[in-house]
Design a protein around this ligand. Sequence first.
Ligand SMILES: C=C(O[C@@H]1C=C(C(=O)O)C=C[C@H]1O)C(=O)O
Length: 98
Amino acid sequence: MTDQDASTELARLRGTIDNIDAALVHLLAERFKCTQQVGELKARSSLPPADKAREERQITRLRSLATDAGLDPVFAEKFLNFIIAEVIHHHERIAEGK
Ligand SMILES: C=C(O[C@@H]1C=C(C(=O)O)C=C[C@H]1O)C(=O)O
């Protein structure tokens, strides 16, 4: 592969990465819009911000999806836990009326 070929291929691959990153941002934005509504509903109904049983079901499901897709399930679990922790933080703030 010539230097020119390599830089053309690198630019092509990075274009794909940029598209995927954009899709991830849009997907996360939609998820947070939805969890915002869940947080408001929970606050109105005096439900707790976190639901550990639901989280366990989600993690089991995501780990299985990740394995089937060829993604490291440990990474998938960490990623989901990171997002859920942020959501719970938002729900706590909503419940406090902030
Ligand atoms: C969104 C919810 O609130 C919390 C956040 C979750 C999530 O981000 O998926 C899952 C469970 C809850 O701890 C919910 O109860 O469904």
